[in-house]
Design a binder for this molecule. Sequence first.
Ligand code: DAH
Length: 360
Amino acid sequence: MAIVDELNALQAETLAAIEAAQDTAALEQVRVAVTGKSGTLTGYLRSMGQVPKEERAEVGKAVNTVRNVVEAALEEKKSQLGRAELEARMEAGAVDITLPGRSQQMGTRHLISRITDEISQIFIGLGYVIETGTEVETDYYNFEALNTPADHPARGMQDTFYVVDRSGDVAAVRGESDVLLRTQTSGVQAHVMERQEPPIYMIAPGKVYRRDVADPSHLPQFNQIEGLVVDKGITFGDLKGTLDYVCKAIFGPDRKTRFRPHFFPFTEPSAEADVSCGVCGGTGHLHNGERCRMCKGTGWIEILGCGMVDPNVFAYAGIDPEVYSGFAFGLGVERIACLKYNVPDLRMLLEGDMRFLRQF
Ligand code: DAH
């Protein structure tokens, strides 16, 4: 009978195709072509109505047999290919469980943050208040109110980043002041004196910016801690006593301090404070007689600027210099950190090398 022969041929053909399928996608193609909605075998099932009555039982049986055989073969091949593919995937994505694990690196506080906090704690212990200023500042607070007018030569020492507006012009606030990135934390002094009646005992830690190229002793962005005391009867003796105490608290009780005359526009008299060198013990030379490189043989290391608040600065802030006096100081946090831990190059503080940072 023609149809039954056709069906047998279709079965043989389909079984061969199933056998030849290399992967589940190819097998699926065979399934769709034979038993899918418009598959060849489905076509026979659909056209059963056209088969003459007397042949229908036999043809129907044959179609069902072919369908059962084909479906069983598809099922068998599918699980076989599925297993193989799963094995291949497992092999490709294999994890070597004998490798040591990769643990998350734990960070630490940065040396600069730690030193800033350490120094802040020393001043908090003395009853000082922590103030904060803004890094974007006006020319008025960064220079002018600190007795540093536009033509003052001290401005040349602090090459300034100016903030420009969209047209490229130096930005102005209320049309009166140039806007800049503060070159020193000293501007916080002017803000605090303007808004607060003495007595004032404050420090202001924060970032400052200068147009310097980074080298072992310069960074275009660094941290300072500003200090200001305004009260009745404050003398240079208070300045020396306070800063000597603070230096010993930072570097150790055996360190000495000295004050050298210097110039700052906002203090008069002004001084730079030195701390005795920790490497050579203040002698300027090592045990073997060699010159100490840390202090260049002087026995002293400069650590901060300071002085008595200039009456002009009080005048800008509206404080009566006949009633009040005060002292101010500014120190560089990076410099203190490097001195305390003998770090030879300031840039190491910014490189983010964990081998360096983990030591502190
Ligand atoms: N602002 C100074 C600087 O950046 C440091 C300084 C010196 C601050 C003397 C002071 C001071 O308050 O009295 O070089």
